[in-house]
Design a protein around this ligand. Structure first.
Ligand code: GLC
Length: 728
């Protein structure tokens, strides 16, 4: 039975079809007159950045009542980590290692955004990031494909819920496929020249997880993968995303990215650019006008077929049908704003607490309640807007709790003196004298350092990811006073501060924590909350180490201090300042008794790994337990460690618990030499710990028995490949 959208498609003119494939921008409270005209003419299918409910309602009315076919519009916005209530940036939230939390904050953001008429969020951002020079590391779930995959699935569940027709839920967009995080030298929009293997093993798993979770849309990356831009990448979008993974949702371009295929050097004109993108499977042209300007000519020149246009339009209409827009085009707008019950702010505070990573602590934390006077020094001490981070949607900075505010509320009987010392950036050190004055009178100095919210996020690459401006000068003056110094790093990335780690009493990664930053930081500093965040990225000692990550492939010459001719630097250790998974707490977690339910596993079997976790510390806390594997001999060299599961366990002081992981045989599969999944016979190490630091891992092993040797026996001469090109 023909569905209404089949009939709609059949009735549409080419201009109306191209209109459905075109997304243009409003400006919050309105759109230009020509956009209103385009809507009336059926020349637009969706809008981004229009989020004023009355404006959304009026534009939707135009589309539904004043056009020939009355097709409703989709309204999209970058709701990455909150809408009006801002949660921690994704890189921070990833530190919680908690899918339930990730889902909750996405659902809360969706409930707020839909009340403003938003139906589609351009989130979650799922680009694996291992380079702190790249500003968008702030938006990413970090360096690990498994962490990114769990983050992806949780965010899709949270944004979309069980049905896109739920007026409190958003269609989610997994972005930006693929390998955007591998830009050359961490420079924004540069080429990602990586191997097919890295693409498959590192950069695609999170997107596959999003597709498996039913994500409604996918956004292509601005960048190219080894010379083929994502927006023209048939192998990536048509073959892998759609045919390989069965994704039948909408692919939306990034902002103007289809037209950018011309400067990318793969299209001679806008018609070729439009044809390349549509043939690759990009359905919606965001803000480039490429489809409007290029598709008619592309069709006339035979560069693209009418059936490709129809297929794209059908996917857009189906999304609108799934969103329930043909039944209620005003969707979330009809709901009244709920009473402010503080629940969302409470969730924001909990998420912020859980995102803080205690990097070092000489015992100065938690702060004693007997403190008499605290000097809160630094450019982030009383800052509110930066706390919201680089993608703050409609978050209003005013109600963001500053660090100083948070400490005042948490330490009511303590004098809290505040001095900026230096601005976030620039050479002005005139405020350091005032900072010294208050610091000399204080029992302890809380040093609030870091970045402005514009120094990360899109177009936020920094070649030197250190403290900007004169902040190091300020910090060293404070450190020279000889008082306890607790350093807080507000940033969108790991910052290179070995000299601060060396000298401060404690250092915390507080990222950009959102509206509840000040309260959450004070909760952790005073011990009201026991820090539980764990690093989702390796923390470099120096930018010269970058990219640095835990899952490195082995080398034929592993580092040996006494042997020059081994893999290391002459001038720096090759290890990170802090490894992936690092994070201290006020508890003391001890792992022991690692055991495995079988010493061998065959294809189709499961095996259970168990470990005892005890809290030998004075405070109740949450331990995050990571399970890695290492395959020491395989047809393709495997990373020294691969994260395969993680979990959290809450323990009271003195309490101990068995933590269990169930591993299916698929856990031990990997892309073989031809990149197809293989399971090989051989010993596999199982390693469990609280971070990727090798000396903290408990080890056991098991033998994998593969049904058949998928790969030629190692050492055998493989048969010549039939296809052209080098064997893999
Ligand atoms: C930007 C970003 C993308 C965002 C889009 C709409 O350029 O690359 O992540 O969703 O444009 O704002």
């Amino acid at each position: 039975m023909a569905r209404p959208i089949d009939a709609l498609l059949a009735a549409m003119t080419l201009e109306e079809k191209i209109g459905q494939l075109t997304m243009t921008e409003g400006s919050g409270h309105g759109v230009a007159r020509d956009v209103q005209t385009a809507i009336r003419q059926g020349g637009l299918g969706s809008l981004l950045n229009v989020h004023h409910a009355p404006t959304v309602r009026e534009l939707q009315r135009l589309a539904v009542e004043e056009t020939r076919l009355g097709i409703p519009l989709v309204f999209g916005l970058d709701v990455l980590h909150g809408h009006r209530t801002i949660f921690p940036i994704p890189l921070a939230e990833a530190a919680a290692f908690d899918p339930a939390l990730w889902e909750k904050t996405a659902a809360a953001a969706a409930a707020e955004a839909t009340r403003d008429g938003i139906m589609l969020t351009f989130a979650p951002m799922l680009d694996l990031a291992r380079d702190p020079r790249w500003g968008r590391i702030a938006e990413s779930p970090g360096e690990d494909p498994l962490l990114g995959s769990r983050f992806a699935a949780a965010k899709v569940r949270g944004f979309q819920g069980h049905a896109l027709s739920d007026p409190m839920r958003l269609a989610a967009t997994a972005k930006h496929i693929g390998a955007y995080g591998a830009v050359t030298a961490g420079r924004e929009y540069a080429s990602s020249d990586i191997s097919e293997r890295s693409l498959l093993e590192l950069h695609l798993p999170a997107f596959k997880a999003a597709a498996e979770a039913g994500v409604a849309a996918v956004m292509a990356a601005f960048t190219d993968i080894a010379g083929v831009p994502a927006h023209a990448n048939v192998a990536l979008l048509r073959d892998r995303l759609r045919q390989g993974w069965g994704f039948d949702g909408v692919v939306v371009s990034d902002y103007g990215a289809i037209a950018e295929l011309v400067p990318h050097g793969v299209a001679a004109d806008i018609a070729e650019a439009a044809a390349l993108a549509l043939n690759a499977g990009v359905d919606i042209d965001m803000m480039g006008g490429a489809y409007r300007r290029g598709l008619p000519a592309a069709l006339a020149r035979g560069l693209v077929g009418a059936e490709a246009v129809d297929a794209a339009v059908m996917r857009v209409l189906r999304l609108k049908e799934q969103l329930g827009l043909f039944d209620d085009p005003y969707r979330g707008l009809s709901r009244s704003a709920p009473a402010d019950d503080g629940l969302v702010r409470g969730l924001a505070r909990e998420a912020a607490r859980r995102s803080i990573v205690l990097l070092s602590n000489d015992g100065v934390l938690p702060l004693p309640p007997t403190l008499r006077r605290v000097a809160v020094v630094g450019p982030l001490a009383a800052a509110n807007r930066p706390m919201l981070g680089p993608w703050a949607a409609l978050g209003d900075a005013t109600p963001a709790t500053t660090i100083a505010d948070g400490l005042r509320r948490a330490l009511p009987s303590c004098a809290i003196d505040v001095a900026m010392g230096t601005p976030i950036d620039g050479a002005d050190t005139s405020g350091i004298a005032d900072a010294c004055r208050i610091a000399e009178a204080a029992d302890i100095i809380v040093l609030c350092l870091g970045e402005d919210d514009t120094m990360s996020g899109e177009a936020g690459s920094r070649a030197r990811p250190e403290l900007p401006g004169a902040q190091r000068t300020l910090a060293e003056v404070m450190l020279d006073l000889g008082k306890p110094v607790v350093a807080l790093l507000t940033s969108g990335r790991p910052l290179i501060v070995p000299w601060l780690v060396e000298r401060a009493s404690a250092v915390l990664a507080t990222w950009f924590l959102g509206h509840e930053a000040g309260h959450a930081i004070a909760d952790v500093l005073t011990g009201a909350a026991n820090p539980s965040g764990r690093l989702p990225v390796s923390w470099p000692r120096d930018v010269g180490q970058v990219p640095i990550f835990y899952a490195e492939r082995p080398t034929g010459r592993p580092a040996e201090a006494a042997n020059r001719f081994t893999s290391k630097y002459l001038d720096l250790p090759a290890t990170p300042q802090f490894p992936f998974g690092h994070g201290l707490s006020y508890s003391r977690f001890v792992l022991s008794g690692l055991r495995i339910s079988a010493d061998e596993i065959r294809s189709g079997d499961d095996v259970e790994v168990a470990v005892e976790v005890a809290n030998d510390g004075p405070a109740a806390g949450q331990a995050t337990i990571l399970l890695f594997i290492h395959d020491p001999v395989a047809c393709v060299a495997r990373p020294r460690l691969e994260l395969k599961d993680f979990t959290r366990v809450g323990l009271m002081p003195g309490e101990r618990e068995s933590v269990r992981f169930r591993l299916a045989s698929e856990t031990f599969m990997f892309p073989g030499r031809d990149l197809s999944p293989v399971l090989e016979t051989g010993e596999i190490e199982i390693l469990v710990g609280t971070s990727a630091a090798p000396d903290g891992l408990l080890r056991t092993s098991l033998r994998v028995i593969a049904d058949r040797e998928a790969e030629p026996r190692r050492g055998a001469i493989p048969e010549p490949r039939t296809e052209s090109g080098p064997g893999r």
